[in-house]
Design a protein around this ligand. Sequence first.
Ligand SMILES: [Zn+2]
Length: 396
Amino acid sequence: MPTPRLSFINKLSASNKIPRQINRNLIFNQIRTRQPVSRADLARVSGLQRSTVSLIVEELLAEKWIIEGSLGRLPRGRRPTFLNLNSQRGVLALDIHPAQTTLAVTDLGGYILAQSQIALPANPRQVIGAIVKAIEKMIADHSDRSFDGIGISLPGRLDLQLNKSNLNHSKPDKPIFAPNINWPIGRIKSRVEEATGLPVVADNVANACALSEIWFGDSDGMHDLVVVSVSEGLGTGIFANGRILRGEGGFAGEFGHVQVDPDGLPCACGSRGCWETVASNRAGMRYYTEIASKPSPPFESLLKLAEAEDTAAKQSIDKMCAALGRGMQMIASALAPSEIVVVGDITTLWQYAGPRIEAEMRRNPSIRVPSLRPAQEGNKARLRSAVALVMNENLL
Ligand SMILES: [Zn+2]
Protein backbone atom coordinates (compact mmCIF):
# COMPACT_ATOMS: atom_id res chain seq x y z
CA MET A 1 0.00 0.00 0.00
CA PRO A 2 1.44 3.40 -0.94
CA THR A 3 2.35 5.71 1.90
CA PRO A 4 1.10 9.31 1.96
CA ARG A 5 2.96 11.37 -0.56
CA LEU A 6 2.95 15.10 -0.18
CA SER A 7 5.66 15.43 -2.76
CA PHE A 8 3.31 13.76 -5.25
CA ILE A 9 1.18 16.88 -5.03
CA ASN A 10 4.11 19.25 -5.39
CA LYS A 11 5.49 17.45 -8.38
CA LEU A 12 2.29 17.24 -10.34
CA SER A 13 1.39 20.83 -9.47
CA ALA A 14 4.16 21.82 -11.81
CA SER A 15 2.63 19.75 -14.57
CA ASN A 16 -0.39 20.14 -16.78
CA LYS A 17 -2.76 19.03 -14.04
CA ILE A 18 -4.43 21.61 -11.88
CA PRO A 19 -4.20 21.20 -8.09
CA ARG A 20 -7.89 20.34 -7.79
CA GLN A 21 -7.39 17.36 -10.14
CA ILE A 22 -4.29 16.25 -8.28
CA ASN A 23 -6.10 16.31 -4.95
CA ARG A 24 -9.08 14.44 -6.41
CA ASN A 25 -6.70 11.82 -7.79
CA LEU A 26 -4.97 11.57 -4.43
CA ILE A 27 -8.17 11.27 -2.36
CA PHE A 28 -9.77 8.80 -4.79
CA ASN A 29 -6.67 6.64 -4.67
CA GLN A 30 -6.55 6.72 -0.89
CA ILE A 31 -10.18 5.56 -0.79
CA ARG A 32 -9.39 2.85 -3.36
CA THR A 33 -6.48 1.41 -1.40
CA ARG A 34 -7.84 1.88 2.13
CA GLN A 35 -11.61 1.38 1.81
CA PRO A 36 -13.59 1.43 4.00
CA VAL A 37 -12.02 4.63 5.25
CA SER A 38 -13.21 7.65 7.23
CA ARG A 39 -12.77 11.31 6.30
CA ALA A 40 -10.53 11.82 9.32
CA ASP A 41 -8.21 9.04 8.18
CA LEU A 42 -8.15 10.48 4.66
CA ALA A 43 -7.01 13.82 6.03
CA ARG A 44 -4.35 12.11 8.11
CA VAL A 45 -2.91 9.94 5.33
CA SER A 46 -3.19 12.51 2.53
CA GLY A 47 -1.72 15.40 4.50
CA LEU A 48 -4.48 17.63 3.12
CA GLN A 49 -6.57 20.02 5.22
CA ARG A 50 -9.71 18.42 6.62
CA SER A 51 -11.84 21.07 4.89
CA THR A 52 -10.20 20.25 1.54
CA VAL A 53 -10.79 16.53 2.09
CA SER A 54 -14.45 17.16 3.00
CA LEU A 55 -14.97 19.27 -0.11
CA ILE A 56 -13.50 16.62 -2.42
CA VAL A 57 -15.38 13.81 -0.67
CA GLU A 58 -18.67 15.70 -1.11
CA GLU A 59 -17.90 16.15 -4.82
CA LEU A 60 -17.03 12.47 -5.27
CA LEU A 61 -20.21 11.49 -3.41
CA ALA A 62 -22.36 13.84 -5.52
CA GLU A 63 -20.84 12.39 -8.69
CA LYS A 64 -21.42 8.89 -7.27
CA TRP A 65 -17.77 7.77 -7.63
CA ILE A 66 -17.92 6.80 -3.96
CA ILE A 67 -20.65 5.95 -1.47
CA GLU A 68 -21.07 6.26 2.26
CA GLY A 69 -21.18 2.86 3.89
CA SER A 70 -21.25 1.47 7.38
CA LEU A 71 -20.54 3.37 10.56
CA GLY A 72 -17.09 2.85 12.02
CA ARG A 73 -16.41 1.76 15.57
CA LEU A 74 -14.44 3.94 17.94
CA PRO A 75 -13.96 3.41 21.69
CA ARG A 76 -15.78 6.66 22.38
CA GLY A 77 -17.19 9.73 20.67
CA ARG A 78 -19.03 10.10 17.38
CA ARG A 79 -18.90 7.10 15.06
CA PRO A 80 -17.39 8.05 11.67
CA THR A 81 -19.08 7.12 8.39
CA PHE A 82 -16.88 4.99 6.19
CA LEU A 83 -16.38 5.70 2.51
CA ASN A 84 -16.14 3.09 -0.25
CA LEU A 85 -15.82 3.12 -4.04
CA ASN A 86 -19.22 2.81 -5.71
CA SER A 87 -19.35 -0.90 -6.50
CA GLN A 88 -22.26 -0.46 -8.92
CA ARG A 89 -20.00 1.26 -11.43
CA GLY A 90 -17.33 -0.30 -13.55
CA VAL A 91 -15.00 -0.03 -16.50
CA LEU A 92 -14.45 -2.30 -19.49
CA ALA A 93 -10.82 -2.90 -20.29
CA LEU A 94 -9.71 -4.20 -23.69
CA ASP A 95 -6.11 -5.22 -24.18
CA ILE A 96 -5.26 -5.76 -27.82
CA HIS A 97 -2.08 -7.72 -28.17
CA PRO A 98 -0.65 -9.30 -31.34
CA ALA A 99 -0.86 -12.76 -29.71
CA GLN A 100 -4.14 -12.41 -27.81
CA THR A 101 -6.93 -9.99 -27.15
CA THR A 102 -8.34 -9.84 -23.64
CA LEU A 103 -11.50 -8.20 -22.37
CA ALA A 104 -12.23 -7.56 -18.71
CA VAL A 105 -14.77 -5.97 -16.42
CA THR A 106 -13.23 -4.13 -13.51
CA ASP A 107 -14.50 -2.02 -10.65
CA LEU A 108 -13.54 1.66 -10.46
CA GLY A 109 -10.35 0.69 -8.64
CA GLY A 110 -9.13 -1.55 -11.48
CA TYR A 111 -9.92 -4.78 -9.62
CA ILE A 112 -10.71 -7.42 -12.28
CA LEU A 113 -14.17 -8.95 -11.78
CA ALA A 114 -14.41 -10.95 -15.01
CA GLN A 115 -12.01 -11.63 -17.83
CA SER A 116 -12.09 -13.48 -21.14
CA GLN A 117 -9.96 -13.98 -24.22
CA ILE A 118 -11.51 -12.98 -27.52
CA ALA A 119 -10.83 -15.47 -30.32
CA LEU A 120 -10.10 -13.34 -33.38
CA PRO A 121 -11.20 -14.62 -36.82
CA ALA A 122 -8.48 -15.25 -39.41
CA ASN A 123 -10.15 -12.88 -41.86
CA PRO A 124 -8.89 -9.35 -41.01
CA ARG A 125 -12.20 -7.84 -42.10
CA GLN A 126 -14.12 -9.78 -39.45
CA VAL A 127 -11.90 -8.93 -36.48
CA ILE A 128 -13.53 -5.70 -35.30
CA GLY A 129 -16.97 -7.30 -35.58
CA ALA A 130 -15.83 -10.16 -33.32
CA ILE A 131 -14.41 -7.73 -30.74
CA VAL A 132 -17.60 -5.62 -30.74
CA LYS A 133 -19.71 -8.77 -30.27
CA ALA A 134 -17.58 -9.88 -27.29
CA ILE A 135 -17.91 -6.44 -25.70
CA GLU A 136 -21.68 -6.43 -26.17
CA LYS A 137 -21.90 -9.88 -24.56
CA MET A 138 -19.73 -8.80 -21.63
CA ILE A 139 -21.97 -5.76 -21.05
CA ALA A 140 -25.09 -7.96 -21.21
CA ASP A 141 -23.56 -10.45 -18.75
CA HIS A 142 -22.97 -7.61 -16.29
CA SER A 143 -26.23 -5.73 -16.72
CA ASP A 144 -26.39 -5.04 -12.98
CA ARG A 145 -23.45 -2.66 -13.37
CA SER A 146 -23.21 0.71 -15.09
CA PHE A 147 -20.09 1.30 -17.14
CA ASP A 148 -18.16 4.55 -17.24
CA GLY A 149 -16.36 3.75 -20.41
CA ILE A 150 -14.12 1.41 -22.31
CA GLY A 151 -10.34 1.67 -22.15
CA ILE A 152 -8.33 0.15 -25.00
CA SER A 153 -4.61 -0.45 -24.85
CA LEU A 154 -3.21 -0.78 -28.36
CA PRO A 155 -0.04 -2.41 -29.69
CA GLY A 156 0.69 0.61 -31.84
CA ARG A 157 0.96 4.33 -32.01
CA LEU A 158 -1.55 6.83 -33.26
CA ASP A 159 -0.15 8.88 -36.03
CA LEU A 160 -1.25 12.29 -34.87
CA GLN A 161 0.84 13.91 -37.59
CA LEU A 162 -1.33 12.43 -40.30
CA ASN A 163 -4.37 13.06 -38.20
CA LYS A 164 -4.12 16.78 -37.47
CA SER A 165 -7.85 17.36 -37.46
CA ASN A 166 -8.04 15.01 -34.51
CA LEU A 167 -5.29 15.96 -32.12
CA ASN A 168 -7.09 14.81 -28.98
CA HIS A 169 -5.25 11.61 -28.12
CA SER A 170 -8.44 10.14 -26.71
CA LYS A 171 -9.94 10.01 -30.20
CA PRO A 172 -7.49 7.90 -32.12
CA ASP A 173 -9.20 6.96 -35.31
CA LYS A 174 -6.99 5.92 -38.14
CA PRO A 175 -4.24 6.18 -39.17
CA ILE A 176 -2.17 4.19 -36.75
CA PHE A 177 1.33 2.74 -36.75
CA ALA A 178 0.88 -0.88 -35.64
CA PRO A 179 3.34 -3.04 -37.59
CA ASN A 180 2.40 -6.26 -35.77
CA ILE A 181 -1.34 -6.07 -36.49
CA ASN A 182 -2.90 -7.07 -39.82
CA TRP A 183 -6.47 -5.82 -39.33
CA PRO A 184 -7.84 -2.24 -39.48
CA ILE A 185 -7.12 -1.40 -35.84
CA GLY A 186 -7.42 2.34 -36.49
CA ARG A 187 -11.21 1.95 -36.72
CA ILE A 188 -11.62 0.14 -33.40
CA LYS A 189 -12.46 3.21 -31.31
CA SER A 190 -15.26 4.58 -33.49
CA ARG A 191 -16.76 1.12 -34.08
CA VAL A 192 -16.88 0.27 -30.37
CA GLU A 193 -18.29 3.71 -29.53
CA GLU A 194 -20.99 3.33 -32.17
CA ALA A 195 -21.97 -0.15 -31.01
CA THR A 196 -22.03 0.49 -27.27
CA GLY A 197 -22.77 4.20 -26.89
CA LEU A 198 -20.05 4.28 -24.23
CA PRO A 199 -17.07 6.66 -24.30
CA VAL A 200 -13.91 4.91 -25.48
CA VAL A 201 -10.37 5.99 -24.58
CA ALA A 202 -7.58 4.31 -26.51
CA ASP A 203 -3.83 4.70 -26.31
CA ASN A 204 -0.60 2.91 -27.01
CA VAL A 205 -0.07 0.17 -24.41
CA ALA A 206 3.23 1.55 -23.16
CA ASN A 207 1.80 5.05 -22.70
CA ALA A 208 -1.22 3.55 -20.95
CA CYS A 209 1.03 1.53 -18.63
CA ALA A 210 3.10 4.63 -17.80
CA LEU A 211 -0.10 6.50 -16.93
CA SER A 212 -1.26 3.50 -14.90
CA GLU A 213 1.94 3.51 -12.82
CA ILE A 214 1.06 7.06 -11.79
CA TRP A 215 -2.74 6.69 -11.62
CA PHE A 216 -2.78 3.58 -9.45
CA GLY A 217 -0.01 4.99 -7.31
CA ASP A 218 2.51 2.21 -7.87
CA SER A 219 5.05 4.85 -8.75
CA ASP A 220 5.44 7.78 -6.41
CA GLY A 221 4.67 10.23 -9.23
CA MET A 222 7.68 12.33 -8.29
CA HIS A 223 10.16 11.03 -10.81
CA ASP A 224 10.41 10.52 -14.52
CA LEU A 225 9.83 6.93 -15.55
CA VAL A 226 9.90 4.92 -18.75
CA VAL A 227 7.76 1.83 -19.31
CA VAL A 228 9.22 -0.80 -21.64
CA SER A 229 6.53 -3.17 -22.87
CA VAL A 230 8.09 -6.42 -24.04
CA SER A 231 5.91 -8.72 -26.13
CA GLU A 232 5.83 -9.62 -29.85
CA GLY A 233 7.28 -6.15 -30.32
CA LEU A 234 8.86 -3.58 -28.00
CA GLY A 235 7.10 -0.38 -26.99
CA THR A 236 8.09 2.39 -24.63
CA GLY A 237 5.99 4.96 -22.80
CA ILE A 238 7.69 8.00 -21.29
CA PHE A 239 6.40 9.89 -18.24
CA ALA A 240 8.51 13.04 -17.87
CA ASN A 241 7.97 16.36 -16.13
CA GLY A 242 4.60 15.18 -14.82
CA ARG A 243 3.06 14.08 -18.11
CA ILE A 244 3.18 11.48 -20.87
CA LEU A 245 5.71 12.66 -23.40
CA ARG A 246 4.21 12.36 -26.87
CA GLY A 247 6.54 14.36 -29.08
CA GLU A 248 5.94 15.71 -32.56
CA GLY A 249 3.26 13.66 -34.25
CA GLY A 250 2.80 11.48 -31.15
CA PHE A 251 5.81 9.39 -32.09
CA ALA A 252 8.00 9.87 -29.03
CA GLY A 253 9.25 6.60 -27.61
CA GLU A 254 9.70 4.42 -30.70
CA PHE A 255 12.94 3.02 -29.31
CA GLY A 256 11.80 -0.42 -30.46
CA HIS A 257 12.40 0.62 -34.06
CA VAL A 258 15.84 2.12 -33.63
CA GLN A 259 18.21 0.10 -35.80
CA VAL A 260 20.78 -1.68 -33.66
CA ASP A 261 22.09 -3.98 -36.43
CA PRO A 262 22.18 -2.73 -40.04
CA ASP A 263 22.61 -6.33 -41.22
CA GLY A 264 19.92 -7.64 -38.91
CA LEU A 265 16.63 -9.35 -39.68
CA PRO A 266 13.80 -7.54 -41.46
CA CYS A 267 11.39 -5.85 -39.04
CA ALA A 268 7.62 -5.56 -39.41
CA CYS A 269 8.07 -1.77 -39.69
CA GLY A 270 9.90 -2.10 -43.02
CA SER A 271 13.41 -1.50 -41.66
CA ARG A 272 15.83 -4.18 -40.50
CA GLY A 273 17.77 -4.95 -37.34
CA CYS A 274 15.49 -2.84 -35.08
CA TRP A 275 15.89 -3.22 -31.30
CA GLU A 276 12.66 -5.26 -31.21
CA THR A 277 14.09 -7.82 -33.67
CA VAL A 278 16.75 -8.76 -31.09
CA ALA A 279 15.01 -8.18 -27.74
CA SER A 280 11.31 -9.07 -28.09
CA ASN A 281 9.60 -12.35 -27.14
CA ARG A 282 9.93 -13.39 -30.77
CA ALA A 283 13.70 -12.88 -30.58
CA GLY A 284 13.85 -15.03 -27.44
CA MET A 285 12.03 -17.84 -29.25
CA ARG A 286 14.31 -17.48 -32.29
CA TYR A 287 17.38 -17.77 -30.05
CA TYR A 288 15.98 -21.01 -28.62
CA THR A 289 15.42 -22.42 -32.12
CA GLU A 290 19.03 -21.58 -33.02
CA ILE A 291 20.58 -22.89 -29.80
CA ALA A 292 18.48 -26.06 -29.38
CA SER A 293 18.19 -26.75 -33.14
CA LYS A 294 14.48 -27.39 -32.79
CA PRO A 295 11.34 -25.25 -32.97
CA SER A 296 10.70 -23.09 -29.91
CA PRO A 297 7.60 -23.59 -27.80
CA PRO A 298 5.42 -20.49 -27.20
CA PHE A 299 7.21 -17.79 -25.16
CA GLU A 300 5.36 -18.58 -21.92
CA SER A 301 6.51 -22.21 -22.16
CA LEU A 302 10.03 -21.09 -22.96
CA LEU A 303 10.06 -19.14 -19.67
CA LYS A 304 8.86 -22.26 -17.83
CA LEU A 305 11.66 -24.29 -19.44
CA ALA A 306 14.22 -21.72 -18.30
CA GLU A 307 12.76 -21.84 -14.81
CA ALA A 308 13.19 -25.63 -14.89
CA GLU A 309 16.92 -25.10 -15.62
CA ASP A 310 16.78 -26.12 -19.30
CA THR A 311 20.18 -24.97 -20.63
CA ALA A 312 19.08 -23.90 -24.11
CA ALA A 313 16.08 -22.03 -22.71
CA LYS A 314 18.28 -20.23 -20.16
CA GLN A 315 20.82 -19.30 -22.85
CA SER A 316 18.10 -17.90 -25.10
CA ILE A 317 16.60 -15.83 -22.27
CA ASP A 318 20.14 -14.63 -21.38
CA LYS A 319 20.60 -13.44 -24.95
CA MET A 320 17.24 -11.68 -24.97
CA CYS A 321 17.97 -10.01 -21.61
CA ALA A 322 21.36 -8.79 -22.84
CA ALA A 323 19.68 -7.24 -25.88
CA LEU A 324 17.05 -5.64 -23.64
CA GLY A 325 19.78 -4.20 -21.40
CA ARG A 326 21.75 -2.81 -24.34
CA GLY A 327 18.64 -1.05 -25.67
CA MET A 328 17.89 0.34 -22.23
CA GLN A 329 21.33 1.99 -22.25
CA MET A 330 19.91 4.10 -25.07
CA ILE A 331 16.83 4.99 -22.98
CA ALA A 332 18.95 5.78 -19.91
CA SER A 333 21.28 7.96 -21.99
CA ALA A 334 18.50 9.81 -23.78
CA LEU A 335 16.13 10.43 -20.88
CA ALA A 336 17.89 9.64 -17.58
CA PRO A 337 14.64 8.43 -15.97
CA SER A 338 14.72 7.50 -12.31
CA GLU A 339 13.13 4.16 -13.12
CA ILE A 340 12.49 1.82 -16.00
CA VAL A 341 9.41 -0.34 -15.50
CA VAL A 342 9.08 -3.53 -17.53
CA VAL A 343 5.70 -4.89 -18.64
CA GLY A 344 5.26 -8.31 -20.25
CA ASP A 345 5.59 -12.06 -19.78
CA ILE A 346 9.33 -11.75 -19.06
CA THR A 347 8.41 -10.25 -15.67
CA THR A 348 7.11 -13.67 -14.54
CA LEU A 349 10.77 -14.76 -14.48
CA TRP A 350 11.99 -11.47 -13.01
CA GLN A 351 14.37 -12.90 -10.42
CA TYR A 352 16.29 -14.42 -13.29
CA ALA A 353 15.80 -11.80 -16.01
CA GLY A 354 15.98 -8.56 -13.98
CA PRO A 355 19.61 -8.87 -12.81
CA ARG A 356 20.73 -9.90 -16.32
CA ILE A 357 19.11 -6.89 -17.95
CA GLU A 358 20.55 -4.59 -15.29
CA ALA A 359 24.05 -6.09 -15.58
CA GLU A 360 24.03 -5.32 -19.30
CA MET A 361 23.02 -1.70 -18.64
CA ARG A 362 25.89 -1.40 -16.14
CA ARG A 363 28.44 -2.40 -18.78
CA ASN A 364 28.17 1.15 -20.11
CA PRO A 365 30.15 3.31 -17.65
CA SER A 366 28.88 6.59 -19.10
CA ILE A 367 25.24 6.21 -18.10
CA ARG A 368 23.43 6.67 -14.85
CA VAL A 369 21.64 3.35 -14.43
CA PRO A 370 18.03 3.89 -13.35
CA SER A 371 16.30 1.53 -10.98
CA LEU A 372 14.73 -1.32 -12.89
CA ARG A 373 11.58 -3.13 -11.81
CA PRO A 374 8.65 -5.13 -13.18
CA ALA A 375 5.22 -3.47 -13.34
CA GLN A 376 2.96 -4.09 -10.37
CA GLU A 377 0.34 -6.75 -11.07
CA GLY A 378 2.63 -8.39 -13.61
CA ASN A 379 0.55 -9.83 -16.42
CA LYS A 380 -2.53 -7.83 -15.42
CA ALA A 381 -0.65 -4.55 -15.99
CA ARG A 382 -1.90 -4.11 -19.54
CA LEU A 383 -5.55 -4.60 -18.59
CA ARG A 384 -5.22 -2.28 -15.63
CA SER A 385 -3.62 0.34 -17.86
CA ALA A 386 -6.80 0.37 -19.97
CA VAL A 387 -8.76 1.15 -16.78
CA ALA A 388 -6.34 3.99 -15.98
CA LEU A 389 -7.08 5.53 -19.39
CA VAL A 390 -10.81 5.74 -18.62
CA MET A 391 -10.46 6.86 -15.00
CA ASN A 392 -7.88 9.51 -15.82
CA GLU A 393 -10.20 10.94 -18.48
CA ASN A 394 -13.46 10.72 -16.52
CA LEU A 395 -12.58 11.43 -12.91
CA LEU A 396 -10.22 14.33 -13.54
ZN1 LIG B 1 11.27 -1.89 -36.81
